[in-house]
Design a protein around this ligand. Structure first.
Ligand SMILES: C[S@@+](CC[C@H](N)C(=O)[O-])C[C@H]1O[C@@H](n2cnc3c(N)ncnc32)[C@H](O)[C@@H]1O
Length: 224
């Protein structure tokens, strides 16, 4: 007879939001009480500051951030849907950004790390009207918990630089944990399962998930 052993390891995938709740609360509390200090390289400043100058030249427009925009398909789609807004898409991957479609005149793509981007946005006093986090890497292993945006030290800065937030993810536990973390920061949020159609598809990853009939969760959040 074959004996099946379940081995708990620090690499195991998060079984549920509840299992991590205390850890998440502790990390969020710690990050909200401290200031995230990250040296910003000259390369990052050179990539980000000209983009922020362009953002600052749009006083009449709603400002939207597509954080981790991948190929920029969602940046272009949001900008086309909202011609009154100025949309900036940020991603660290040159390979993905190279596949970007042509951008409408009210959109801009920047290759940068979001950690440095958000710090410079805060320093410039810019507050986005809305930030999209479309299918961020979920980092499901327990030892990766601090890489998830809601457990990352940048999280309070992310929240301080936007008036509203929309997260989409295929992981229900990620949506639940995100809500837990953001509610601790005095934001309110709602979470819904998106319909399995492609009516509202924004991004490259989302198109792939719809084709595979994967469940998609949408979290909308704003300060209380
Ligand atoms: C799963 S992909 C989703 C891409 C896109 N939002 C979509 O839905 O098609 C996650 C993206 O986040 C980007 N990313 C992850 N961490 C980042 C960071 N610290 N700074 C900038 N981009 C990051 C990756 O390069 C990748 O393109």
């Amino acid at each position: 007879m074959v004996k099946v052993m379940v081995i708990e390891s620090e690499n195991s995938v998060a079984p549920s939001a509840g299992a991590d709740a205390e850890r998440i609360r502790a990390l969020v509390a710690k990050h909200c009480q401290s200031q995230y200090r990250l040296p910003i390289s000259a390369t990052m400043e050179a990539a980000i500051l000209p983009a922020l100058e362009q953002v600052l030249r749009q006083p009449e427009r709603r400002l939207v951030l597509d954080a981790g925009c991948g190929t920029g398909a969602s940046t272009a789609a949001i900008a086309t849907q909202h011609p009154d807004a100025f949309v900036i898409g940020v991603d660290r991957s040159q390979a993905r950004l190279r596949r970007a479609p042509a951008m409408p005149p009210n959109a801009l793509l920047v290759r940068a790390r979001l950690e440095e981007f958000w710090l410079l946005v805060q320093r410039a006093g810019i507050v986005f009207d809305k930030t999209f986090l479309l299918y961020p890497n979920p980092y499901p292993k327990h030892r990766q918990i601090k890489r998830r945006w809601y457990c990352h030290p940048i999280f309070p800065v992310l929240l301080a630089t936007t008036c509203a937030l929309e997260l989409r993810t295929t992981e229900e536990w990620y949506a639940n944990d995100f809500c837990l973390a953001i509610e601790q920061c005095r934001w309110e949020c709602s979470c819904q399962l998106l319909p399995p159609t492609d009516a509202d598809v924004l991004s490259t990853f989302e198109r792939k998930y719809v084709a595979r009939r994967q469940q998609r969760w949408k979290v909308c959040a704003q300060p209380r």
